[in-house]
Design a protein around this ligand. Sequence first.
Ligand code: UD1
Ligand code: CA
Length: 456
Amino acid sequence: MADRFAIILAAGKGTRMKSPRPKVLHEIGGRSMLAWSVALAKDLGCKRTVVVVGPDMPLLSEAAAKFVGAENVVIQRDQLGTANAVDAARAALKDADGHAIVLYADTPLVPKEAGVRAFAEIEKGASICVLGFIAKLPNRYGRLVTDGNGSLNAIVEANDADELQLRIELANSGVMAAPVKLMFDLLGQVRNDNAKGEYYLTDLVGLARERSLQASVAHCDERDVQGVNSQVELAQVERVFQDSVREQMMAAGVTLPAPETVYFSYDTKIAAGVTIEQNVVFATGVSVESGAVIRAFSHLEGAKVGPGALVGPYARLRPGAVIGKDAHIGNFVEVKNVTIGEGAKANHLSYLGDGEIGAGANIGAGTIFCNYDGFFKYRTIVGEGAFIGSNSSLVAPVTIGVGGYVGSGSVIVEDVPADALAIARGRQAGKAGWARTFRDAKSAAKKAGNKPKGAV
Ligand code: UD1
Ligand code: CA
């Protein structure tokens, strides 16, 4: 098989986004659109991926260099159109021998199979292959002009199309494959005598046909190639992504009573046999094992949830939260960078940050791990089977030994040995009859109109 190369176009200004952030750094499913295209190129086995960026886009160049290496980031000086953008990769790919695929970074959800189909057409002998789809509202998309036998004659941009061509429903996704050398050869002939005065990549098809070369269409679904040009379209593509993950999750045995209210990231891993209630958000880096239940209104990020665990309602799991088998994390409990042992429970209103909680430990309502002194962070270790009374502050670094017991309302600043009790609060005092005497004196004063000094 010929070597594969990818050219990702990301130099457009994205003015319709009206955002200070470069368009393709906006995210779908918790990952930038640029990263989606880079991942596709990798999945397609591309030997090298070149990303074309604009000048004065330091954030974008930096992100691209992180993904593909600075040597594979090229700058398109002026945004003269998509053909001019691909041409910016000419020097970087001068020694490349094989087949290239052009991806538009503003079209993030192209499935691997669609890319495979486009390359396959070239491998079978087509000179150029474009990924096309039937558009419900073809609008601004370029139209694919085919002959009766399904081979492609030309792509006409919407602005340049006549009445008849505008009625064509087969639209250009922007994905195009061709042998590298032929692609750059044809690019040299592209002119800008069109409505926008731009150099269109789409003209390559007509140019290839003039040389009697074969051009073909690979087909895909509209929802896989929806492009993002505005904030509204960004949200639409996010919805397409979310709907498809929800469907995949349910097909794989995840129970979602209200799938439309649950939000996933590109890397969320949920095992069969997990139930996810309403209004749950999975930010990046979460895995949940079988039998766990994530109850309503929980937010999870960078967390691992073990089998049979119960999380929420209203729980917040932050990066480094590792919830053991059958453990319970209840309402208004925030967990960050803490490993929680099997069957341990923190059921109500707690902040557990930086530490370890042993199996079977019970963390009372209102427990706080005081992990930060304003400069550094420290760990709290709670041993197996320990019991932390409600409303306790554990001032880290501190260790509660195995089976240790902390009295409610304690502020613990020293380690507690195994099986010991620690109480760190004012001792209770009692005065018999005090309340009655107090009330009698006050009500008499009020009746007599004697306001105490300072009363208002
Ligand atoms: C393009 C296609 C159109 C297709 C549609 C699919 C052309 C001429 N038209 O239109 O047929 O239906 O995509 O979404 O290709 N870019 C650069 N440099 C430039 C111009 C653009 O890098 O000078 C990049 C943009 O960042 C973007 C991509 O190329 O990632 C597409 O450009 P855009 O202007 O959005 O093209 P469309 O008008 O959407
Ligand atoms: Ca576009």
